[in-house]
Unconditional design. Structure first.
Length: 455
C-alpha cells in the first residue's frame, strides 16, 4: 500500500513572522531609498548654491561695469572732471550722486596714473586715502584695463585696504567720437563687501547665510575671494540648502504607517522642487538677458541673437537688415530733468519703438541711449520703412516724464545684408551711418551704401 503524501502547512505564527520580516525589510529598503534620494538632493542643492553665488558675482560685476560705462563713455565727464575740475558737477554725477544711489564706499578719478582728480568717500570709509587705494590694487586694475581688447576697457575686482574688502569697478574715459580710451584718465568706484553688500546678494539671488571668514571651511560651502593683486583676501561662505531637513521627519512618519502615501508625497515634493528650480533658472535667464531699465534685450543677449540670426540668414540667403537708433540730445534731457527722468524717458521710448516692430524682430539696448533692431526677412526698403515709422512716431508723439511733455527725435542708421562677412561688420556700418545722420542735422534715417552713387 502506497504511503500517503505528507502535506505541509505554514503556521499562523510563521505567516505573521514572515509578513513582519517582509515589512521590516521593505521599510529598511524604503528608508535606504529615501536616504539616498535626499542625500542626492542635498548634494545637488549644495552644488547649485555655489554656481548661484558665482553667477551672482558675475552679474553684479557686469551690472556695475554697465553703470560705470555710462560715465566713462561720455565726453562731458572728461571735460568736467579733468579739464574744468567742476566740483559741483562731480557731486551731482560721479561723486555724491553715485555714492548715494548705489551706497558706494568711494569714487575716485585718477589722472596720469598717479594723481587724484577727486576722491569722494563715505562716512564709514573716511580714513581711506588715495595712496592706499593705488597701492592695494588700483594700479594693477589700470594696467589690466589697458590690456583689454575692448572699446570701453572696463574691469572689476576686489581690493583689500586694512581689514576691509572692496568690490571695485574701473575704466578709462573714452572719446565718444574716436571710440578710443583717454590714457590720462581713469574712473573708479568701490563698494565695501560687508553685511549690507552680502544681504543684497542674498535678497537678489535667493542665497542664504552669506558671510566672510578667514578660517578654512568645506570647499563646497565656500568660495575664495582674490584681490586684483592675486592674493586671497577672504572666503565667502553660505548656509547650504538642505531639503532633507524639511521633509525627512514627515516622510519617516508616513512610511511607518502608509507606504503608498509616502511615495505620493515624495513625488509631490520632487515636482515642487523641480518647478521651483525651473522658475529660478528662468528668472536668472531673464536677469542675464534683459536690460533691467527698459525690459528689452541687453547688449550681450542682443549681440548673441543678432549673430545667430545673421548666420541663419546668410546660409539660407534670406533678407536681413539692422537698425541702430540713438536718441537725439539725450544728455540735455538728463541735465534738464535729472537722471531719474532720463530713465523714465528711456522706458517710454522703448515702449514706443515696440509699436512698430514684429514679434520676430530683435530689439535691444546696446548703450546708454543707443538701441539696435535686427529685422529678419526684411530688405532695405522694408527696413527704411520701419525706421521712418519709428522716427515719425517719436517726432509726432511727445513723451510725458514727470508731467513734462518732451519732444524727442531719433537718428537711425540702416544697413542690409549683402556681402558682409560678420554681424560686427553690419553693426559698424549701421553705427557709421547713424553718426552721419547726427552730423547732417539729426532726426533722420541714413542708409549705408556699399557702393558710392554718382549723381
Amino acid at each position: 500500500m502506497a504511503k500517503l503524501s505528507t502535506q505541509g502547512f505554514i503556521s499562523t505564527k510563521s505567516v505573521i513572522s514572515a509578513i513582519s520580516a517582509l515589512f521590516f525589510i521593505m521599510t529598511i529598503m524604503m528608508f535606504f531609498g529615501i536616504w539616498y534620494f535626499l542625500s542626492t538632493l542635498d548634494h545637488q542643492a549644495t552644488a547649485q548654491i555655489k554656481k548661484r553665488v558665482n553667477l551672482a558675482l558675475t552679474i553684479e560685476s557686469q551690472h556695475a561695469q554697465d553703470i560705470l560705462s555710462e560715465y566713462t563713455y561720455w565726453d562731458e565727464s572728461y571735460e568736467r572732471i579733468f579739464i574744468d575740475r567742476d566740483a559741483n558737477w562731480v557731486s551731482e554725477n560721479t561723486g555724491d550722486y553715485l555714492m548715494d544711489k548705489f551706497d558706494l564706499a568711494f569714487s575716485v578719478a585718477i589722472e596720469n596714473d598717479k594723481d587724484d582728480a577727486y576722491l569722494v568717500k563715505s562716512e564709514n570709509d573716511s580714513s581711506l586715502t588715495f595712496d592706499q587705494l593705488m597701492n592695494n590694487g588700483l594700479i594693477k586694475m589700470m594696467q589690466h584695463s589697458r590690456s583689454l581688447n575692448t572699446e570701453l576697457q572696463t574691469t572689476s575686482g576686489f581690493i583689500q585696504v586694512g581689514e576691509n574688502t572692496y568690490f571695485v569697478v574701473g575704466g578709462p574715459l573714452v572719446d565718444e567720437k574716436l571710440h578710443t580710451a583717454r590714457s590720462n584718465s581713469y574712473l573708479t568706484v568701490g563698494l565695501r563687501v560687508d553685511s549690507t553688500f552680502l544681504k543684497k546678494l542674498e535678497s537678489n539671488y535667493q542665497l542664504f547665510g552669506l558671510s566672510q571668514t578667514q578660517k578654512p571651511v568645506d570647499e563646497s560651502l565656500s568660495m575664495p575671494i582674490y584681490s586684483v593683486l592675486g592674493k586671497q583676501i577672504t572666503l565667502l561662505t553660505w548656509t547650504p540648502m538642505v531639503p532633507s531637513k524639511n521633509i525627512l521627519i514627515p516622510i519617516t512618519c508616513i512610511v511607518l504607517f502608509i507606504t503608498s502615501i509616502t511615495l505620493l508625497i515624495t513625488r509631490k515634493i520632487l515636482r515642487v522642487e523641480l518647478n521651483n528650480r525651473s522658475a529660478y533658472e528662468e528668472q536668472l535667464y531673464l536677469e542675464a538677458t534683459t536690460d533691467p531699465l527698459t525690459q528689452i534685450s541687453n547688449r550681450r543677449y542682443f549681440m548673441d541673437m543678432g549673430n545667430k540670426e545673421f548666420n541663419l540668414s546668410q546660409r539660407s540667403k534670406r533678407a536681413y537688415s539692422l537698425l541702430i537708433l540713438d536718441v537725439d540730445h539725450f544728455k540735455s534731457i538728463n541735465d534738464k530733468y535729472g537722471h531719474h527722468a532720463g530713465d523714465i524717458f528711456l522706458k517710454q521710448f522703448s515702449e514706443q519703438c515696440r509699436l512698430s516692430l514684429r514679434d520676430s524682430d530683435i530689439f535691444g539696448r546696446i548703450g546708454g541711449e543707443e538701441f539696435a533692431i535686427v529685422l529678419p526677412d526684411t530688405d532695405e526698403e522694408g527696413a527704411v520703412e520701419v525706421a521712418e515709422n519709428i522716427r515719425l512716431l517719436m517726432m509726432n508723439t511727445p513723451l510725458i516724464v514727470n508731467s513734462n511733455s518732451i519732444q524727442v527725435t531719433v537718428s537711425i542708421g540702416v544697413t542690409t545684408l549683402q556681402q558682409q562677412e560678420s554681424f560686427d561688420e553690419l553693426l559698424q556700418q549701421a553705427d557709421q551711418v547713424m553718426y552721419e545722420a547726427k552730423r547732417e542735422g539729426r532726426n533722420r534715417v541714413k542708409v549705408f551704401a556699399s557702393q558710392p552713387s554718382f549723381i
